[in-house]
Design a protein around this ligand. Structure first.
Ligand code: PEP
Length: 259
């Protein structure tokens, strides 16, 4: 047993416009209400496209929903001549709680490296938005059995220069690239191996207290049929869910750990 509140985060990726977002969050709220979900026991959040945030905020506020919401990326800058970028200040002003940083799709298609992930994470923290730092190895690295050192190097890079006090607030999502959107979910033992290694690294870099506070999520083809056994692992504190988060009934089952 530990004191960490599990977190289930839906990553919508580039899906659902602002109208669809409202319907989806409404259905999710109904499904969770039907299931008498206890939000103090398991936190639920949706990471939505930037253009959806204002609509989701309006719904969450007007219906007093316990679901939180967040973004999928943030700028490393605060303001100024950075065309197309979104400041963490803007996100914070819209009530955003979490932001995914360094998702493998951003690393792959937008060339994001550990230094940028680090800068974005610092910027998010500085403005009160919690980074969900995404790490994880590609298939070649897994085949070579190098998943732990590869992933820990990403963790080191992401946290460079971040104080213990700030590090204690971050969320780390272990997402093996070969399991994202492929239908191939890592085994609970695979998820646990790397989640435990991440926690041990946090203890080395900072302290046992920081290691104990940080939530380490697993991501990669999570469904309601796989969540229960993943959550049974000691160091897995929740999930980052892509595809399955687009279906509100299915996502509600995941949030509820209903296999
Ligand atoms: C993700 O995008 O973070 C993810 C884990 O996607 P999926 O659940 O679709 O594999």
């Amino acid at each position: 047993a530990n004191a960490r509140t599990p977190l289930i985060a839906g990553n919508w990726k580039m899906n659902l416009d602002h109208n669809e977002a409202i319907h989806t969050v409404q259905k999710l709220a109904w499904a969770l209400k039907d299931a008498k979900h206890d939000f103090d026991a398991v936190e639920a959040t949706v990471l939505v496209p930037f253009t959806d945030i204002r609509s989701v905020q309006t719904l969450v506020d007007s219906d007093k929903l316990s679901i939180s919401y967040g973004a999928q990326d943030v700028s490393a800058q605060v303001s100024g001549a950075y065309t197309g970028e979104i400041s963490p200040v803007f996100l914070a002003n819209l009530g955003v709680k979490y932001v995914a940083i360094g998702h493998s799709e951003r690393r792959q298609y937008h060339g994001e490296d550990d230094a940028l992930v680090n800068a974005k994470s610092k910027n998010a923290i500085a403005h009160g938005v919690v980074p969900v730092i995404c790490v994880g190895e590609p298939l070649e690295v897994r085949k070579a059995g190098e998943q732990v050192p590869f992933t820990l190097a990403q963790v080191d890079g992401a946290l460079e220069g971040i104080s213990a006090e700030d590090a204690a607030k971050v969320v780390i999502a272990y997402e093996p690239v070969w399991a994202i959107g492929t239908g191939e979910v890592a085994t609970p033992a695979d998820a646990q191996e790397v989640a435990a290694a991440i926690r041990a690294r946090l203890a080395e870099l900072y302290s046992a207290e920081v290691a104990d506070a940080v939530r380490v999520l697993y991501g990669g083809s999570v469904k309601s049929s796989s969540i229960v056994e993943l959550m049974a692992e000691q160091d897995v504190d929740g999930a980052l869910v892509g595809g399955a988060s687009l279906d509100p009934e299915e996502f509600a089952k995941i949030v509820n750990f209903q296999g």
